[in-house]
Design a protein around this ligand. Structure first.
Ligand code: ATP
Ligand code: MG
Length: 442
């Protein structure tokens, strides 16, 4: 710390260190580079599929999720960060997922007025869960949603989109599971058969299953409790209760996937966590992340728009967990994107700063990434320490703004990556040309 800074710092009792909220992570360099890279790949792929971006509030009325997701779901029962606005008493919730808010916005702004929409979002979601690998309290989702189209072709398009994303991200070991939840009347018939089956085996049902037996028995099929596996495996399959139209929809989705070489397996017990799904549901799963292996899930939700107060319109979508996808990329040993600047500017004396910074501005305007050595407030530091910083930055070149060279209108260029550290000079007026040659060499 410089002398003047020391003198001016108020003397206080040492403040207690504050730490972040459990399960809510800081995303810092160099890891954040992988986040930016992933987001860039997503934006570019979404553009190729003509999906448009939406950015929605993180806080929504609590009633939106209670009504949209269903009262007897994990999220609404125990995972929501809900609070009362101290100033006006409104009941609010940090969004636990993106679909309900997106549907709210689509209805509020009458977006389906001139036809269907293909939309996507990225952003933080909040669920009060037990933090562990791949499960956090603030996590991030990227979601794609198609609203206003009822045909199986958009279900298939969304699956192809996700499948392409795994390809551009270089993910291996991702498999697709598919199921159809049919329509409400078909689910009603299945529900009765399912309750009868589960009641016959009530001795092995856990507390949660018993509680959901009459409110949401389908969700019991989703249980992770090993003691209940044989009972749920033997349960009546919803697929066997589907009528002709639902089966035709399901078969059409499968035919498009087959024609496009997308492999899948049918999982009759795949039900998904929210109540709003019907017909096609799917999950992309990896075995490389332990028990948090679902990286993306989605399906059709033809009744949600109406439930949230809009004109009945079909819809389908998916959401992926960014942390899980990034963990999978890491697991596969992918290197981090290179963050090193092209150039590190070494500035022996403060007098050289104005000219040096002018040159750096020129380089940056040419697309060269340039990092300037910054002093401590009482000088720029020794040449030795500046070169150490330059090496540490990973830059390819050091530009040395020495007084002698500057007096002749020159700057020294030192290569940092070849062993000899070859050095030459360039005139300040031609440094832009040198920068262009740098760009064309990369
Ligand atoms: P799970 O069964 O693992 O709890 P879910 O069915 O609750 O997942 P969805 O609501 O479908 O998950 O969310 C879509 C994706 O978001 C999941 O497949 C997962 O990749 C990710 N995800 C969900 N909850 C979390 C969390 N708490 N932390 C990190 N990622 C999450
Ligand atoms: Mg969950």
């Amino acid at each position: 710390m410089s002398e003047s800074l020391k003198e001016n710092t108020p003397k206080t009792v040492k403040a207690q260190k504050l730490v972040g909220v459990k399960g809510m992570n800081d995303i810092l360099p160099p890891d954040s580079a992988r986040w930016e890279w992933l987001e860039g790949q997503v934006r570019s792929l979404m553009a190729r599929y003509a999906y448009r971006n939406v950015r929605l509030p993180i806080v929504e009325p609590t009633a939106l999720f209670v009504r949209g997701l269903g009262e007897v779901t994990d999220i609404v029962e125990k995972e929501m960060y809900s609070f009362e606005d101290r100033l006006n008493g409104e009941q609010l919730t940090l969004r636990p997922e993106g679909t309900a808010g997106l549907v709210r916005a689509v209805v509020e702004h009458n977006l389906l007025y001139e036809g269907g929409k293909r939309l996507y979002y990225m952003g933080p979601m909040f669920r009060h869960e037990r933090p562990q690998r791949g499960r956090y309290r603030q996590f991030h989702q990227i979601g794609a949603e198609v609203l206003g189209f009822g045909g199986p072709e958009v279900d298939a398009e969304l699956i192809l989109l996700a499948n392409d994303l795994w390809k551009v991200l270089g993910l291996k070991d991702v498999r697709l599971e598919l199921n159809s939840l049919g329509q409400p009347a078909e689910r009603q018939a299945h529900r009765a058969a399912l309750i009868a089956h589960l009641e016959k085996h009530s001795d092995v049902l856990d507390e949660e299953a018993k509680r959901r037996l009459h409110s949401n028995p389908l969700r019991i099929l989703d249980t992770k409790n090993p003691a209940m596996q044989s009972v749920v495996e033997a349960a009546p399959r919803l697929l066997d209760f589907l009528g002709e139209a639902s089966l035709a929809h399901f078969n059409a989705v499968k035919a498009i996937l087959d024609a496009n070489g997308v492999a899948y397996s049918i999982n009759p017990r795949l039900v998904r966590g929210m109540d709003y799904y019907n017909l096609t549901v799917f999950e992309f799963i990896t075995t490389s992340l332990g028990s948090q292996g679902t990286i993306c899930g989605g399906g059709r939700y033809d009744y949600l728009i109406e439930q949230i107060g809009g004109k009945p319109s079909p819809a389908v979508g998916w959401a992926l967990g960014v942390e899980r996808v990034l963990e999978l990329i890491k697991e596969q040993g992918e290197a981090l994107p290179d963050l090193a600047p092209d150039v590190y500017a070494i500035i022996p004396e403060t007098a050289a700063l104005p000219v040096a910074m002018q040159v750096l501005q020129t380089l940056r305007a040419c697309g060269v990434s340039a990092q300037m050595h910054a002093g401590s407030g009482d000088g720029m530091g020794s040449m030795k320490s500046q070169f150490k910083k330059a090496d540490g930055s990973g830059a390819r070149f050091a530009l040395v703004f020495g007084a002698e060279e500057l007096a002749q209108g020159l700057v020294a260029i030192k290569s940092l990556r070849d062993g000899e550290g070859a050095q030459r000079t360039a005139s300040l007026s031609t440094v832009a040309e040198w920068a262009h040659s740098l760009q064309s060499n990369t």
